[in-house]
Each structure stands twice: as C-alpha cells, then as structure tokens.
Design a protein around this ligand. Sequence first.
Ligand SMILES: [Zn+2]
Length: 72
Amino acid sequence: MSTLPATSQHAVVTIPTLSARAVLPWLAFAGLLMLVAMYFISAEQGATSLLSGTAVHEWVHDGRHLLGFPCH
Ligand SMILES: [Zn+2]
C-alpha cells in the first residue's frame, strides 16, 4: 500500500552532459585562482612582496610550512 501518487513512483532522472568546450573556461578560471592562491601561500611577503607589512605572511604561515616552502 503506497501513499505516493502513481506518477512519482517511476521518476525519470536525466543527467546533463557537459562538453569540454563548456568546461574549459571554468577550468582555466579555477587554475588561475589556484595560481594566485599558491603565489600568496608560497612567495608573498617572503621571496617577493606586492603588499607591505606581514599580514599575508602571518595568515598563510602554517600553510607555507605545511607545503614545504622556504620561510625562515
Ligand atoms: Zn615560517
């Protein structure tokens, strides 16, 4: 004895297809974000410095050591 309506017992699920052309810009954008994050974790206020002070260095300091980048 089912309480569901008859139409919901056999729902059809369609999985959308993604083409490489549709995904490529998002992959490039994600790669760019990762490169920027990697720059700030690895080199900013260490080997190079675009921003003054030590706030970025202190904020990513544990990640820098965790990933094995030279620090101090
Ligand atoms: Zn350190």
